[in-house]
Structure formats: structure tokens, C-alpha cells
Design a protein around this ligand. Structure first.
Ligand code: ADP
Length: 482
């Protein structure tokens, strides 16, 4: 018998209280009697009884109510309910409140001890089971924690050894992790940056621009430039329930190759222009040197057409070269709508010949911009020219100009053949012609590369939104004059 077990009696003074006290003491239990509610609470809290017996009424309170409160705080404490009279109502309430025993007169000492022993044995079994379960759950949690710690270490080792720069941040753009490559790229040293806002840790304008665009979703191409000439391509990838990751690859060598290629093209184009001008000049002179028959006329005409085509191509290439070299510094305050009028005038005949329905929608609050009017005209000529060129007869084109915050937004929308989504970025590359281009539509693949260079040199952005078979919308954002 566990002699040290303490039984707490919460009954008003009465012969039955005395009987219980005697019976339990005789059976070797420690017995404490609570005289009021405060005493009861203190005993339960401090003496930690192994069991409590409570009467129907104690300190003017209902025994069931007190039991309910006790079990709320000490769910494993066994409680035996004592009633002056047995009723079915009482038995039900004992079960309902989850009490562990029920005593009522007539009572002998052995009845009291038996009920206490039975309740204690049951409580012990419950306690043993609970302890076993807690041990099992704890060890399985510890096992899991061990595995996830191992996984974390493995993941960290992979990320830190990756050649690409990797930054993982939480939803508030605070650093969770950055690898050695990022430390090397931004010269961060050995500092601890976890928990700090990424914008504070790395003060790079291009990276800040990437973060400020993060609301637009995943981004694949974003250049990060350094004063020493290094160029990185950065991707932004949102990670659900974590935040986002920024990865960076060094593309300096690709940029250098691109520059060499551009230099080469520029030199060749330049050297070709003079002989071409001479050829064109001489074909015009031939016509003046004497009468030509119809076939000679025809051949001469084709020759001139071809030379003209090559000259346009070469001019485009030279233009691109100049734009990429950053020579375009002329800036004037202009209205986009004003330049658009010249473009539309130039294409008027083509629009009419192809029976194209062209509409414009110019918002009245469009602000002026600081730009090179010749380049802006070139940009509009290319975008509107493409829309006319690729849209079939009787097609529709809509040109919209509006303001969005302090940016001017230009939309050139057509219902032509559209462009496959995987080619949306590629159409802005030099010489790239998309697979959609209808047979017989001629082009060099340079127009949109020129548009992109012009927009870039005006600190703007250009992209295409298009569904194959449904048409394309080219969107240009240009900063309005401050
Ligand atoms: P190109 O001289 O071939 O027109 P661009 O650089 O202007 O060269 O355009 C690149 C490619 O993008 C085109 O070959 C064409 O496939 C596609 N493209 C451009 N504009 C449109 C448009 N409005 N509708 C459909 N495809 C277009």
C-alpha cells in the first residue's frame, strides 16, 4: 500500500467526515481536511493530494461545480463524490463530470477504503499510460528534429557551395540565408545578416529595383551592374510560406562577348555603307547614260531595291551600335502624342491599302517626357509598323497612351497572329524572328531590338503581352518629365 498518498477531504464537519478520516488513516493514507474554499485551493496546489473526496455542498458551493473547476486545472486528479442520498441523477452527473468514484450511505470503513483504492489504481494506470505516450511522442519528435536538422545542414552545405549567388528572405524581405557567392559578389565579409532587411544589408540600386518589382511575381531577367564592369543576371522567385529567393549568375563574359560582337558588326556595317552608296549612285547614273530597254529597267529597279534593303539593314545596325554604346544623350521635352501623329501620317497609305481599322485612345492627362524625339519616333515607327505589317488585311489596331503614377504607358495592340509565350522575351533580341511570322512578311529581326535599346536608354521598360492566334500588345513604360 502506498502509505505516502495524501487524501484531501472537502466535506463540511459531520459524522461521515470523521468516519472517512478514521478509515483512511487506519488504512495508512495521509489525510488532509479542507475547511473552506481558499484552503481547498491551497491544499490542491501545494500539498498535491493523490485523491480528493468532495461532498454535495462544500463552503456553500455545489460539489460538482468545484470538481469541474479542479479538473480543469488538474485533469489527472481523481475525485470521489460523496452524496447524502443515492439518486440516478447523481450517478449520471458523476459520469458526466468525469469523476472517478461515487460514495453514498450506508457506508462502512471498508467501502470508503475500497473506493479510494480503486480510484487510485485507475488513476495510476492512466498516469503510467500518459507518461509512456509523452515519452513516445517526445522521442519521435526528437527523432524528427534530428532528421530535419540533418536536412537543414545538408541544404545549407549545398546552397553555400553553389557557384550562383543565392539569397533567401522572408515575406518582409528580411534575410533568412545568403551564401558565400553573395558575400563575395557584394563584398559582405563575414558578418551575420540573418533577420536584417535585405535592402539595408546590400545597398545596390539594381537589386533594390528588383525588390521593388517583386510584387509582379517571378522574374527571370534582371541585370545587376557593378561600377567595376561586372554584370549579373538575377532571378526573383517567390517561395510559398517562406518568402522569396534571389539567385544571381555572373554574365560579365557574355556581356563582353556581346560587346565584341556589336563592335564587329558596327565596324563591318560602317565599312559597307560607302560602297553601297556608290553602287546606288552608279545605278542611278546608268539610267541617265542612254536609253534602256524594259528588261534592263526591270533589272536596274530590282538592283536598287536590294541595295536599298541592305542599306536599311546597315543603318539599323549602326543605329543599334550607337544606342548600345550610349551615344544617345540628346534630350528634349516632348509629347508622345505629338510624335505619334508623324508616325501615323507616314503609315497612312499602308493602313488604307490593308483596310486596317486603326483607333487611338489618348488620355487627356498625359504628361510630357524628356527624350530624344528622333529615337522616340523610331520606336513608334517600329511598333506601329510591326502591328501593320503582321496584322492581316481588315485587321484592327488600337494605340493607347495613358498615365500610370508618374509613368507614361503606351499600348500598341493588334489582332494579328500573336506570339508564342516562350518567344515573348526573344523577339527583343537582335536578328530574332518569331516562328509566327506569316510567310512573305519580310524583316530583319532588328526592329524590336532597336525599340528595346531606345526604351532602355530612356530608363523605361518594354514587353509584349500576346496569345498565339489572338493578337499582340506591346507595352512601353517611360518616365514622365519630373
Ligand atoms: P522584324 O524585322 O522581323 O519585324 P522585329 O524585331 O521588329 O523584326 O520583330 C521580331 C519578331 O517579332 C518578328 O519577326 C515577328 O515574328 C514578331 N513580331 C513583332 N511584332 C509583332 C506583331 N505586332 N505581331 C506579331 N508578331 C510580331
Amino acid at each position: 500500500m502506498p502509505k505516502q498518498d495524501l487524501i484531501l477531504l472537502a466535506l463540511p464537519p459531520s459524522p461521515i467526515l470523521d468516519l472517512m478520516q478514521r478509515a483512511l488513516q487506519a488504512a495508512g493514507y495521509g489525510v488532509a481536511v479542507a475547511h473552506d474554499r481558499a484552503g481547498l485551493d491551497k491544499s490542491v496546489q501545494e500539498a498535491i493530494p493523490a485523491l480528493m473526496i468532495i461532498g454535495e455542498m462544500f463552503a456553500d458551493q455545489d460539489g460538482f461545480i468545484i470538481s469541474g473547476e479542479m479538473l480543469e486545472r488538474f485533469p489527472t486528479l481523481p475525485i470521489i463524490y460523496y452524496a447524502e442520498k443515492d439518486t440516478t441523477g447523481n450517478s449520471k452527473l458523476v459520469l458526466k463530470h468525469g469523476l472517478s468514484g461515487y460514495l453514498y450511505p450506508p457506508l462502512q470503513m471498508s467501502d470508503i477504503v475500497d473506493e479510494v483504492q480503486r480510484s487510485l489504481a485507475h488513476a495510476r494506470r492512466l498516469g503510467d499510460w500518459l507518461r509512456r505516450e509523452v515519452r513516445r511522442t517526445t522521442s519521435s519528435l526528437a527523432e524528427k528534429a534530428k532528421i530535419s536538422e540533418a536536412e537543414r545542414v545538408k541544404l545549407e552545405a549545398i546552397i553555400s557551395n553553389i557557384q550562383d549567388g543565392v539569397i533567401v528572405m522572408d515575406e518582409h524581405q528580411k534575410v533568412l540565408l545568403l551564401n558565400q557567392s553573395i558575400r563575395d559578389i557584394f563584398n559582405l565579409g563575414e558578418g551575420v545578416f540573418t533577420g536584417r532587411p535585405l535592402g539595408d544589408v546590400i545597398a545596390n540600386a539594381d537589386l533594390r529595383a528588383l525588390l521593388s518589382r517583386s510584387g509582379e511575381g517571378p522574374m527571370k531577367y534582371h541585370e545587376i551592374n557593378f561600377d567595376d564592369g561586372r554584370v549579373f543576371n538575377a532571378q526573383y522567385t517567390p517561395i510559398p510560406r517562406i518568402g522569396a529567393a534571389v539567385t544571381m549568375q555572373d554574365i560579365s563574359y557574355l556581356k563582353e562577348l556581346d560587346r565584341l560582337k556589336s563592335d564587329f558588326i558596327h565596324t563591318v556595317s560602317h565599312d559597307l555603307r560607302s560602297p553601297l552608296t556608290a553602287i546606288l549612285g552608279y545605278t542611278e547614273l546608268v539610267e541617265r547614260t542612254g536609253p534602256l530597254n524594259q528588261t534592263q529597267h526591270d533589272f536596274l529597279h530590282r538592283l536598287q531595291g536590294s541595295v536599298q534593303h541592305i542599306t536599311t539593314l546597315i543603318n539599323d545596325l549602326l543605329d543599334l551600335g550607337r544606342l548600345e554604346a550610349g551615344f544617345d544623350t540628346r534630350r528634349e521635352v516632348i509629347q508622345l502624342e505629338g510624335v505619334l501623329k508623324y508616325t501615323l501620317d507616314m503609315f497612312d497609305t499602308q493602313i488604307k491599302t490593308k483596310l486596317i481599322k486603326l483607333t487611338t485612345d489618348i488620355s487627356p492627362n498625359v504628361q510630357p517626357l524628356r527624350a530624344n524625339p528622333i529615337r522616340i519616333r523610331q520606336m513608334l515607327d517600329n511598333l506601329v509598323g510591326n502591328a501593320i505589317k503582321y496584322t492581316p488585311n481588315e485587321g484592327e489596331i488600337c494605340i493607347r497612351i495613358a498615365m500610370q503614377d508618374n509613368q507614361i504607358v503606351l499600348h500598341v495592340e493588334d489582332n494579328g497572329p500573336g506570339i508564342k509565350s516562350e518567344e515573348h522575351n526573344r523577339v527583343f533580341e537582335k536578328f530574332y524572328r518569331a516562328t509566327n511570322a506569316p510567310d512573305g512578311v519580310k524583316g530583319s529581326g532588328l526592329g524590336l531590338a532597336i525599340v528595346k535599346s531606345i526604351v532602355d536608354s530612356h530608363q523605361g521598360r518594354v514587353w509584349v503581352e500576346s496569345t498565339l492566334g489572338k493578337g499582340s500588345t506591346f507595352v512601353v513604360l517611360l518616365p514622365a518629365q519630373e
